[in-house]
Write a protein that binds this ligand. Structure first.
Ligand code: DQA
Length: 140
């Protein structure tokens, strides 16, 4: 099974960025633990702060991978282009968020992407990514 994890803008700063909201752990450390825990899954990781690069990556994997775990950061709330990219590919996408976006500012309550995704997981810290992986493993 091949799973692509995509992190959008500012998620390269995990561990340093607003730790009260996003925690103290960098993504790379978490990713190593995830790979060890699921040795049969071929994980690919991509992070970009650039909207078009996220779209290019969705196109790249969107016809051959088994799942995409996408945290599009703030683009979740604004990007018609990423929503269209998700609609245009075959690989199912699960939208994830570290924080509980519904417990935060109102502008974070709306996702442009959600209707084109298999589902949404929000508010479980970095475990949100793992819950998405478990879904792809158990309900491909
Ligand atoms: C986030 C929530 C978004 O609203 C925010 O813009 C982010 C991170 C999360 O993982 O909680 O950058 O996607």
């Amino acid at each position: 099974m091949k799973i692509q994890i995509i992190n959008g803008p500012n998620l390269n700063l995990l561990g340093k960025r607003e730790p009260g909201i996003y925690g103290n752990q960098g993504f790379e450390t978490f990713f190593e633990v995830l790979k060890d825990k699921y040795p049969n899954i071929e994980f690919h990781y991509f992070q970009s702060n650039v909207e078009g690069e996220i779209i290019n990556q969705l196109h790249q994997v969107g016809f051959s991978f088994d799942g995409v775990v996408l945290n599009a950061g703030a683009y979740t709330h604004t990007s018609v282009a990423i929503a269209d990219a998700i609609a245009g590919i075959k690989t199912p996408v699960i939208e994830v968020h570290i924080s509980n976006v519904y417990a935060r500012e109102e502008f974070r309550h709306h996702s442009m992407l959600a209707k084109n995704c298999k589902g949404i997981i929000t508010g479980f810290g970095l475990q949100s990514y793992e819950l998405a992986v478990i879904n792809f493993c158990t309900q491909p």
